[in-house]
Design a protein around this ligand. Structure first.
Ligand SMILES: *Cc1c(COP(=O)(O)O)cnc(C)c1O
Length: 404
């Protein structure tokens, strides 16, 4: 069986983890701080904060910005549930909008969804392909949009407009006009979950790129405390002689990254250029193969403005129904190849359909979802296996001649 996305764990990773285990310091400490600095350098941002997951990171930021009941957060209907769930955790309302043909959020749809209660826009770089950040960043700075923004917290006052919080879970390493993902929105959150391009088993990072009205170093120190129960000192600081006494300034969260995770991440970051070029090569091979047939629609992953991080290869099959797509997937699995669908749009999930979201309001999301199949992409997938995947997808199309 060709798996979909096994983690890339090599001997260096095992050694790096063993070293941390033997060091006597396994939770948040010098390793995590070093990983943060290295992410900042890679993404060309002033400050990065590592967290336990992208989900925890996005929630931490929404809470910090003062998002609460009665507020609205604009998200695409086509994303993983985490993007919406964190909004619900704050008691706020996810306002879903439709996507463009390339799977990224439709900026004109964002414009019509903005109300005086809109606090945050969360674009999602699906498959690793950056959204149109110039358009989104310009939109929130328009005088008319700024003039209806309601200020309910100190942070909202410093911002003076809607916050752009990128769900960059897929896009570590992607580029938009030569700038790295992480530096494209006010704040960007990466996921280092086991299936992502760069993994720490579980983990995430928040990159800050806020306007100059914010002191981002001070914000970093505050959030370090907020993600550890609101304690004024972390475990390492408390260990220092005579430094045991601490205070708790708020009922904070518990979502710090450990040095074990950071060690895995730093090995992955060292080889990340190689990771990206291998993933690109697999994308190119798929595109070369599938563009020979006019019933496949290959994804866009590079243009004059954007370069993907090659996270998910979103193949589409033209003019098929959702049921036919599902049967094709069964055939591909039967041929020994694991594939996936990214993603089931949120309005189709029980929780969001019960909350009143209706799939018919997001026709492009449904259309893209119904004919989409995500193909395996990972560093150790060989060219030979790529050919096997291509053949198994092609052969599964035979059901159209026989059983339909
Ligand atoms: C994986 C993923 C997340 C969540 O990441 P975690 O680190 O598991 O919390 C959020 N958004 C999208 C689009 C994802 O694919």
């Amino acid at each position: 069986m060709i798996p979909f996305s096994p983690p890339h764990i090599d001997e260096k990773t095992v050694e790096a983890v063993s070293e941390v285990l033997r060091s006597g310091w396994i939770t948040t400490g010098p390793g995590t701080k070093e990983f943060e600095k290295r992410i900042s350098a890679y993404c060309e941002v002033p400050v990065t904060l590592c967290v336990a997951s992208a989900t925890a990171g996005m929630e931490l930021i929404l809470k910090w910005f003062g998002v609460k009941e009665g507020d609205e957060v604009i998200i695409p209907a086509y994303t993983f549930c985490a993007t919406a769930n964190v909004v619900v955790h704050c008691g706020a309302t996810p306002v879903m909008v439709d996507i463009c043909d390339d799977f990224t959020i439709d900026v004109e749809k964002i414009r019509t969804a903005i109300t005086p209660r809109t606090k945050v826009i969360m674009p999602v770089d699906i498959g690793g392909y950056p959204c149109d950040y110039d358009a989104i960043n310009e939109l929130v700075k328009e005088d008319e949009i700024k003039s209806i923004f309601q200020i309910d917290s100190k942070e909202q006052e410093l911002m003076g407009r809607i916050l752009v919080l990128s769900d960059a879970a897929h896009s570590f390493g992607a580029l938009y006009k030569g700038k790295r993902s992480g530096s494209l929105a006010d704040i960007s959150v990466f996921s280092f979950h086991a299936v992502k391009n760069l993994t720490t088993a579980e983990g995430g990072a928040i990159c800050f790129n806020l306007p100059e009205t914010f002191d981002q170093e001070e914000l970093y120190r505050y959030l370090c405390c907020k993600l550890l129960h609101g304690q004024t000192k972390d475990a390492l600081a408390k260990m220092q002689i005579g430094n045991w006494r601490y205070d708790v300034i708020e009922a904070g969260y518990k979502c710090n990254m450990t040095d074990i995770q950071a060690a895995i991440g730093m090995v992955a970051l060292d080889r990340y250029d190689k990771t990206l070029s291998r993933r690109k090569s697999i994308f190119d091979q798929y595109t070369q193969f599938f563009s020979q047939y006019d019933y496949f629609q290959v994804p866009e992953y590079e243009n004059e403005k954007r370069i993907s991080s090659y996270h998910v290869y979103l193949l589409r099959i033209k003019n098929i129904t959702e049921k036919q797509r599902d049967r094709i997937i069964d055939c591909i699995f039967a041929a020994g190849v694991s594939v996936n669908v990214h993603f089931i749009p949120l309005p189709m999930l029980s929780i969001y359909s019960q909350m009143g979201y209706n799939m018919q309001d997001y026709p492009k999301s449904y259309q893209n979802y119904a004919c989409e199949i995500s193909l395996p992409v990972y560093y150790t997938l060989s060219d030979e296996e790529v050919k096997t995947v291509c053949q198994s997808v092609l052969e599964s199309m035979n059901i159209f001649n026989t059983n339909l």
